[in-house]
Unconditional design. Structure first.
Length: 112
């Protein structure tokens, strides 16, 4: 991101990004994973050389430990949207930080 050197332009860019922080839905700070597995049914195709079953889960940190939660098939699209929303908000926060630092530098007279 290119940071302008004029305080008014910086404030305008900052205000625009601050408005993006208002989320319109759930946010999920997790990683989406797909895995293949055999089920517990001995007569199933997966035990006789057929294709394995596909499952989905998300992993995230909670209390310093990695947690995994299974995602039902009907929620896959929603969960991916929530994860993408979190990634976008992280980018916006990084840009807000850069603009805030630039504003402080300009106000203090030190543009580095």
């Amino acid at each position: 991101m290119r940071v302008p050197q004029h305080p008014t332009l910086i404030r305008r860019m900052l205000d625009r990004r601050l408005k993006l922080l208002a989320s319109s839905g759930p946010i999920l700070a997790a990683s989406f994973c797909e895995y293949r597995h055999r089920c517990g049914q001995p007569a199933c195709r997966c035990h006789h050389g057929g294709p394995l079953h596909v499952g989905q889960h998300v992993t995230f940190l909670e209390g310093g430990k990695t947690r995994t939660v299974y995602i039902p098939k009907d929620m896959i699209v929603e969960v991916r949207t929530w994860i993408a929303r979190h990634r976008r908000l992280k980018e916006v926060l990084k840009e807000i930080h850069q603009l805030s630092v630039a504003l402080v530098r300009i106000s203090s007279g030190r543009w580095l």
